[in-house]
Design a protein around this ligand. Structure first.
Ligand SMILES: [Zn+2]
Length: 279
């Protein structure tokens, strides 16, 4: 069996400061070590539960965070950006998916680094009227492929919100309790290992007993995005099928949820580009 892991940084234990999040910042190496250790724990436990092939999608920022030399031989690594379905690229052929280090959507209070895909451009995203987190949109894309998200590990406020509401079958493993956007309380790494071991074992059993489900949304898909600036919506409006709703909002309809994901990425990058161009 093949398991797919998508790993973000903001929902990982001890990752609390913007200084953790970008290559070149002073705490970035610490965050890389944490990400690699958490991925390795999950991979070991998956392997011992019968998942002999594991694909890890490095899914934060430039997506080169996990340290390849420290991975076991049965793990393959998807690195780098851009890529077609961003945080879930490389999922094809997997039986199950796990999300590690995931965080709450933009606008969530007392949530580590609350944002939705891009804290530089996006205020919120609605898919078929539902405001999505990265967890939810990624799960919709996998759901269309028939791949269930069996476990989410990350900020407790995400787990108790979107994960519990939309995918109650998925095992939830809290890695941090957020105190504010830039502060959180996390258990020891030994406890993280214990929680992930118990969680992945439970998820494997539930999967083998047919209790896991694919999360889907209706197609064609209606998307609405509110940007952080009106110049970003000005840019998004250049897309012929985008409709301008007001200063910061655009809406569009596409045939599939995967296309929605692609257009959201494109508009976010375009919005970022406009900000860079105009200074
Ligand atoms: Zn991230």
């Amino acid at each position: 069996m093949r398991a797919f892991i998508s790993v973000d940084l903001e929902g990982l234990p001890y990752v609390t400061s913007p200084l953790h999040l970008r290559p070149g910042t002073p705490l970035y190496d610490e965050a890389r070590e944490i990400a690699t250790e958490v991925v390795n724990i999950a991979a070991e436990v998956l392997y011992s539960n019968g998942f002999d092939e594991i694909t890890v999608a490095d899914s934060h920022g430039p997506m080169v965070n996990v340290i390849p030399s420290k991975l076991p031989e049965y793990v393959e690594l998807v690195r780098g950006y851009p890529r077609p379905i961003s945080m879930v690229s490389g999922v094809e052929g997997s039986d199950v998916a796990l999300f590690l280090g995931y965080h709450a959507k933009s606008g969530t209070g007392r949530a580590s680094f609350d944002h939705t895909y891009s804290s530089a451009t996006i205020d919120w995203i609605k898919v078929n009227g539902v405001e999505v987190s990265e967890f939810l949109l990624n799960a919709y894309v996998l759901g269309k492929k028939g791949i269930p998200v069996v476990l989410v590990a990350g900020d407790r406020v995400l787990l108790e919100g979107d994960v519990k509401v939309h995918a109650p079958w998925a095992v939830r493993v809290p890695l941090k309790d957020s105190i504010s956007r830039y502060s959180s309380k996390s258990p020891s790494m030994a406890q993280v290992r214990a929680r992930l071991t118990a969680g992945i074992t439970e998820a494997s059993i539930k999967f083998s007993e047919g209790e896991m489900k694919s999360l889907t949304t209706e197609e064609p898909v209606n998307v609405e995005i509110r940007f952080l600036g009106s110049h970003m919506a000005d840019t998004a409006e250049l897309l012929p099928f985008a409709e301008r709703l007001d200063g910061k909002r655009v809406a569009f309809q596409v045939e599939t949820v995967e296309d929605a994901y692609r257009v959201i990425q494109l508009l976010s990058v375009a919005a970022y580009g406009t900000s860079s161009l105009v200074g």
